[in-house]
Design a protein around this ligand. Structure first.
Ligand SMILES: *[C@@H]1O[C@H](CO)[C@@H](O)[C@H](O)[C@H]1NC(C)=O
Ligand SMILES: *[C@@H]1O[C@H](CO)[C@@H](O)[C@H](O)[C@H]1NC(C)=O
Ligand SMILES: *[C@@H]1O[C@H](CO)[C@@H](O)[C@H](O)[C@H]1NC(C)=O
Ligand SMILES: *[C@@H]1O[C@H](CO)[C@@H](O)[C@H](O)[C@H]1NC(C)=O
Ligand SMILES: *[C@@H]1O[C@H](CO)[C@@H](O)[C@H](O)[C@H]1NC(C)=O
Ligand SMILES: *[C@@H]1O[C@H](CO)[C@@H](O)[C@H](O)[C@H]1NC(C)=O
Ligand SMILES: *[C@@H]1O[C@H](CO)[C@@H](O)[C@H](O)[C@H]1NC(C)=O
Ligand SMILES: *[C@@H]1O[C@H](CO)[C@@H](O)[C@H](O)[C@H]1NC(C)=O
Length: 588
């Protein structure tokens, strides 16, 4: 009595501001319905599990689900409409002919538990059982449908999976769409496998974890019959001959504990425990998880990517054996909200076209990484190379994104996108990732607003050729002059002398500087100098000169360097920092 009173008070606290706590014998008769606006779910007799609507973190929509109702986490253990969340105002009805039917307030059917042929109008009631199983019964209490037979990503004690059963991971902790990982209790053999699938299809790749119940022979007496999660928290395959193969035979903690086993969104299958009576500060404790190292265990020759997206590197967190994905230096996440997604270079990869005109060496350098590999991205194997040869070979090869110089003097060249990246302590070889020397090719905001640029583009290229298509010495002198404040007059008068019919004036000045800056940003200095051979032969020097020139024409006088600094920069005595855009656009 005291216990149930305590429980009621607890439920009241959880469900505030609720006017009426749901009746808790767990039974729901046909004809009842539950709306997203109802605050009282259908609760099991003990109050431990509830069935109803939950709002995933950060979403305006609702998920029809079952959860632990008396721990602060209110952990979701089953869900129905992960692919298509229900808008506010949706209802789930308990019907005689089709079981649970979820419809939006507009009348759109979002999900149903069964079709008419399965139930034949026989459903009499639904029961939220104390095991966490939601059951549809006929008038003779026969089970017609159970959530335990249609699991999502979690199994609970007393739950049994028959051959052919599947668990699917979700996309992320808060996105309940189908993810890339599956647990399958295979129909043919009763083997238990974890595998990735090629979304959006269901097509499975080779397993990254497997328990063979038949051990290779097809003796039916030892093939797996059921996957059983028993009441004390052990999970085992029960063979036809009643033998048991227990997963991770470790002895389990005892006491007043909840257990659950979940295929996490990152592909790790984990058994957790949680104290039933809670001081409010406990959380789920992992007891065991498989596989031991998912970064290594996903068969890269079969899956297009590993746990992490393309160009990313997978590491195992030693604390919980779960994967962490990291982008290599000078790479960043394609989607900043998806830490497990692909990484993109923060610089534009020059195509091989650009490389005909420039030497790759001048545009790129190699960043050394340790203990990293993308073992399935090789396109060239060069035996008996030296480290230096290996580095040069990659620098000069427009296809090459990464070179690995292994301890046995083999040079491996790798191409983008890099897949199945992983960190491993003992690789030993050296890893070189090819990155651009500066960030100059990132499309900046100036690309979105090319003021009058298009109409003058051809003329300006001509002007640029005239202006700068001359020897490096002349450019040097010109820059010195520009930096003395003669830029606009000199430039325009030089253009005039060469007979280019270009109107002088503020607008053209702005366009010309913008265009020069764009050429610099895009890394197309060859265009700026009109493909002048001499200038292009020393791109590094040219690049330095142009950077100095752009510093000199900054609109803010305080940004412009002193003449002394300019001379030093031109001579290469000091480094030239990347200049900002000379005339930032007015966004009004
Ligand atoms: C909800 O999401 C925010 C940000 O994504 C996070 O800070 C917060 O802890 C989340 N809350 C829960 C209950 O998961
Ligand atoms: C669900 O039940 C509500 C009333 O509880 C009813 O108005 C609605 O028509 C029912 N929808 C379906 C699909 O049975
Ligand atoms: C309902 O829960 C009880 C224990 O509370 C259990 O014995 C029974 O098997 C469960 N029924 C179903 C159908 O899960
Ligand atoms: C969940 O992820 C899927 C696949 O990435 C995406 O299409 C969907 O919009 C996401 N849903 C939510 C609610 O963010
Ligand atoms: C099948 O398996 C059982 C027990 O695992 C064993 O006793 C029997 O000899 C096997 N039969 C064959 C044909 O391998
Ligand atoms: C669960 O399985 C373990 C290992 O097979 C066994 O020791 C234990 O007694 C079982 N518990 C129940 C309640 O069947
Ligand atoms: C929870 O709080 C209690 C008392 O405040 C403390 O004794 C216990 O160690 C805490 N447990 C955890 C897991 O933090
Ligand atoms: C390139 O940009 C990144 C990120 O904005 C920055 O961390 C890095 O220092 C830049 N590198 C150079 C060479 O400017």
């Amino acid at each position: 009595m005291a216990l149930s009173l305590a429980h009621t008070l607890f439920s009241l606290l959880l469900l505030l501001p609720t006017s009426a706590v749901a009746q808790t014998n767990g039974k729901v008769t046909v004809g009842r319905s539950l709306s997203t606006t109802d605050s009282s779910p259908w609760v099991s007799p003990s109050g431990e599990f509830a069935f109803g609507f939950r709002q995933p973190n950060g979403s305006d929509f609702f998920l029809l689900s079952i959860w632990y109702d008396n721990i602060p986490d209110r952990t979701i253990v089953w869900y129905a409409n992960g692919e298509k969340l229900a808008p506010r105002g949706s209802k789930v009805n308990l019907t005689a002919d089709r079981g649970l039917v979820l419809t939006s307030s507009q009348g759109e059917e979002l999900w149903t538990s069964s079709d008419q042929s399965q139930l034949a109008g026989a459903v009499a009631s639904g029961v939220m059982n104390d095991t966490g199983n939601f059951v549809l019964e006929d008038s003779n209490f026969k089970n017609l449908w159970q959530s335990f037979q249609h699991p999502s990503d979690t199994m609970l004690p007393t739950q049994i999976m028959e051959r052919g059963g599947v668990l699917s991971s979700r996309q992320s902790e808060t996105n309940f769409s189908k993810g890339r990982f599956q647990l399958r209790f295979r129909q043919e053999t009763g083997n238990l496998v974890l595998n990735t699938i090629n979304l959006p299809t269901n097509d499975p790749n080779g397993p990254y974890y497997q328990i063979d119940s038949t051990a290779g022979d097809l003796n039916t007496s030892n093939s797996g019959k059921q996957l059983i999660f028993n009441a004390s928290g052990y999970i085992y395959i029960l063979r036809e001959n009643d033998e048991r193969i227990t997963i991770e035979q470790e002895s389990l903690p005892t006491g007043n504990l909840y257990f659950r086993v979940t295929l996490n969104f990152d592909g790790i299958f984990t058994l957790y425990s949680h104290p039933k009576t809670s001081a409010g500060n406990e959380s789920w404790t992992p007891i065991w998880s498989v596989p031991d190292n998912i970064c290594q265990d996903i068969p890269g020759d079969q899956s297009m990517t590993g746990v992490c997206g393309y160009n990313s590197v997978c590491k195992i967190n030693p604390k919980d054996r779960r994967p962490i994905c990291e982008c290599p230096k000078r790479y960043s996440l394609l989607d900043p909200n998806d830490p497990y997604g692909s990484c993109k270079p923060d610089f534009i990869q020059a195509g091989c076209k650009e490389d005909e005109l420039n030497s790759q060496r001048s545009l790129y350098y190699l960043e050394e990484l340790t203990n990293t590999n993308w073992p399935f991205s090789d396109y060239m194997r060069l035996p008996t190379f030296t480290e230096e040869n290996c580095k040069n070979s990659c620098l000069q090869d427009c296809m090459c994104a990464v070179a690995i110089f292994s301890t046995n003097n083999i040079c491996w060249k790798k191409k983008l996108p890099l897949s199945n990246g992983r960190f491993s302590e003992n690789d030993g070889g050296k890893v070189f990732i090819k990155v651009r020397k500066d960030n100059s090719t990132l499309p900046g905001p100036s690309f979105q607003n090319p003021v009058g640029k298009k109409k003058n583009q051809d003329r300006l290229i001509l002007a640029g050729s005239v202006l700068l298509g001359c020897s490096l010495f002349v450019i040097f002198i010109l820059i010195a002059a520009i930096c003395h404040g003669f830029f606009y007059k000199k430039a325009v008068s030089k253009i005039d002398r060469n007979g280019v019919d270009m109107e002088s004036g503020e607008e053209d000045k702005a366009i010309l500087t913008d265009w020069a800056y764009d050429c610099f940003q895009e890394g197309t200095l060859d265009v700026l100098v009109g493909y002048d051979r001499e200038a292009m032969d020393d791109m590094e020097k040219l690049e330095r000169f142009v950077k100095v020139a752009i510093w000199c024409i900054q609109e803010g006088p305080s940004l412009r360097p002193t003449m002394r600094k300019v001379t030093h920069m031109l001579e290469g005595v000091v480094d030239v920092p990347i200049p900002p855009c000379p005339s930032p656009f007015n966004t009004t």
